[in-house]
Design a protein around this ligand. Structure first.
Ligand code: AMP
Ligand code: GLY
Length: 436
């Protein structure tokens, strides 16, 4: 089978690496991929994965290319092409493509839709309302005494959320979005949620529109600096499993969110086939969904796929075919930790083209897999090509060992301006400490 993966981040490298292990795949491309994806080899034939230089949101280009090369199955990584309706376009053209259609992708592309859906279907979430009028929005901020999360409705590269703790800063966030148009169209409609407190966990579930299969827990670290300081990023590191929910609690929380979600989708004629990723805050009053994403998390994918024992191609095909009910997910009992190495300046603008040293040495360490994100090949050398550069991932029998190995690998890698958090999974280890 010939497979095309769309995207270029760490998530897509992890998807490519895992799919390449499927013995059924005879040829594989990634558009546009990165310096890591083109290093992967198909386990069946030993042939290399090929990068195709087309951007993930170049829908006409990808469609033309696919008409020539005829991939049998297409996997979409990022949110943007999903929001643009890539799945609808490719299905109409007769391709088998994995991911939610445009209507279903609204769970991520419109926070107002998502919030109102949760309220309609009794999914536990924050107190919230959506606004286009700044005066009404400010009044709601005052009702919440400034304890708010002010969110642009549309996709804003993970930057469209401002969490505030006083009315003046909440008003400023409202004005930035609704009056000054800081996020353009994405912010002409906003959602304001009450500010919640608690631990944040990432849930992932594959779904074929009639059933879902929940993944184990993972936790991301969204702020740039240790101790959750500094601005939000796309995610600076993850680990799985997260110790804050037992297996029993996880399935209870999963059901409390996903059972009404799936029923709601059916009732509203939303045929979601893909991966649904609720961001959940574990508050003293119980779990609350703060957002939905309609794709695999990045860098959650890196820790999940290094633990997944199934053939990923089987599962993704089952989502598209509506046969997911025939599959059970199998997970390695090992823990996995991913530490993101980012460029200087990230999450602001960062330089490109800095040579990366030490990749080969890191790859030789046991249990370590270095997933590339913003990398490119320049004159035969791997160089930086974006904000998040690498996801250094390690698996081992315990979380502590996995963490040590991941940091051992990070220490062997260097590029000019490299920054990373030193405390990925640290809270989880402290959480274990009293019972250890
Ligand atoms: P989102 O993109 O909606 O997940 O928001 C980005 C980040 O803002 C989340 O990862 C949280 O850390 C924070 N956040 C979002 N909503 C809330 C909320 N209602 N209360 C507190 N923090 C929030
Ligand atoms: N890990 C955060 C995200 O994928 O949105």
């Amino acid at each position: 089978m010939k497979v095309l993966v769309i995207g270029s981040g760490g998530r897509e490298h992890a998807l490519t690496w895992k799919l390449a292990q499927s013995p059924r795949i005879t040829r594989m491309w990634v558009a546009p991929g990165n310096a890591g994806t083109r290093e992967e080899r198909l386990s069946g034939s030993g042939d290399p994965v090929e990068n195709v230089s087309l951007a993930a949101d170049d829908l006409p280009g990808l469609l033309d290319w696919s008409r020539i090369h005829q991939p049998d199955f297409i996997v979409v990584g990022p949110d943007n092409p999903l929001a643009l309706g890539i799945v609808d376009r490719f299905r109409e053209a007769g391709f088998r493509i994995w991911g939610p259609n445009q209507k279903a992708a609204r769970f991520e592309s419109s926070k107002a839709f998502s919030q109102e859906f949760m309220q309609r279907h009794g999914i536990p979430t924050a107190r919230a309302a959506s606004f286009t009028d700044p005066a009404q929005a400010r009044r709601f901020c005052d009702e919440l005494q400034g304890q708010c999360a002010v969110k642009a409705d549309g996709l804003a590269l993970g930057k469209g959320v401002v969490v505030t703790s006083d009315p003046a800063s909440a008003h400023r966030a409202v004005d930035e979005m609704l009056v000054r148009g800081a996020f353009g169209n994405a912010g002409s409609h906003i959602v304001i949620q009450e500010r919640l407190h608690g631990r944040e966990v990432s849930l992932h579930a594959l779904t074929d529109g009639s059933c879902y299969r929940l993944f184990p827990t993972s936790q991301d670290h969204k702020r740039i600096q240790d101790g959750d300081q500094g601005p939000n990023t796309g995610g600076m590191g993850t680990y799985s499993p997260a110790p804050f929910l037992s297996d029993e609690e996880l399935s209870r929380v999963g059901a409390a969110i996903l059972d009404p979600w799936l029923r709601g989708c059916r009732a509203e004629g939303i045929d979601f086939r893909g991966l649904i990723y609720p961001g959940v805050m574990l508050t003293v009053d119980g779990p609350r969904v703060i957002e939905f994403n309609a794709r695999f998390g990045d860098p959650e994918t890196q820790v999940y796929l290094t633990r997944l024992e199934n053939d990923l191609l089987d599962l993704l095909e089952a989502c598209v075919e509506g046969t997911l009910g025939q599959h059970a997910l199998r997970w390695s009992p090992n823990a996995s930790v991913c530490v993101v190495a980012a460029s200087a300046g990230y999450p602001g603008t960062s330089p490109k083209g800095k040579p990366i040293e030490g990749l080969a040495g890191a790859a030789r360490l046991p249990g370590v897999k270095v997933f590339h994100a913003g990398t490119a090949l320049q004159d035969g050398r791997v160089v930086t090509n974006g904000g998040r550069v690498l996801g250094v991932t390690a698996t081992a029998g315990t979380l502590a060992e996995a963490r040590d190995r991941a940091y051992e690998a990070v220490a062997t890698i260097a590029f000019d301006g490299m920054q990373y958090r030193r405390d990925i999974a640290a809270q989880a280890l402290q959480h274990h400490a009293p019972t250890a």
